[in-house]
Write a protein that binds this ligand. Structure first.
Ligand code: S3P
Length: 171
């Protein structure tokens, strides 16, 4: 089976679902943010603050181009990964892509408590966060929708079940 790529907004469960799926399939799991952090010995927040978002996107593209060649992996991308350069085309050319779709209310609730390490969300109160999520998803949707399979990710355990069922039925 080809590698599996999980795409979706911050807080959609890409990392949690990716780890569970990799365990289930006996695949290796890669989280693109962690891959970048290990490669450059800096946190994502440090890369944003020291080098800026534009440079982060360049490093992210380079990291993606490394991991697309790995075989039998589950790759949890960053929330913005599919939306820059030809990243989504590369993902689809190299593997099976799942878009983890979650409602903005669910994301806002998850990210309000767990979003603090994410530079794009820093300093936002609940209302600002919800507004940012809605506006950003609207811009990103044309990229997320290029994923081959859409999964309802409002409930993480159910999303894992749905992906496993899809893979069993199709591969
Ligand atoms: C980003 C999402 C983050 C990380 C960076 C930018 C984004 O990854 O890549 O902070 O643009 O949505 P997660 O989706 O894993 O939080």
């Amino acid at each position: 089976m080809k590698s599996i790529f999980l795409v979706g907004f911050m807080g959609s469960g890409k990392t949690t679902i990716g780890k569970a799926l990799a365990d289930e399939l006996g695949f290796q799991h890669f989280d693109l943010d962690v891959f970048i952090e290990n490669k450059y010995h800096k946190t994502i927040a440090q890369i944003f603050s020291e080098l800026g978002e534009k440079e982060f996107r360049r490093l992210e593209q380079m990291a993606l181009m490394e991991v697309v060649d790995f075989e039998q992996c589950v790759i949890s991308t960053g929330g913005g990964t599919p939306c820059f350069f030809d990243n989504m085309e590369q993902i689809n050319a190299h593997g099976i892509s799942f878009y983890l779709e979650s409602d903005s209310d669910v994301l806002a609730e998850r990210l309000f408590y767990k979003g603090c390490r994410r530079p794009l969300l820093a300093g936002k109160n609940k209302a600002e966060l919800k507004n940012y999520i809605e506006q950003t998803i609207a811009k990103r949707l044309p990229f997320y929708q290029q994923a081959q399979v859409k999964i309802d990710a409002n409930n993480t355990p159910k999303a894992i079940e749905q992906i496993c069922a899809y893979l069993q039925n199709n591969f």
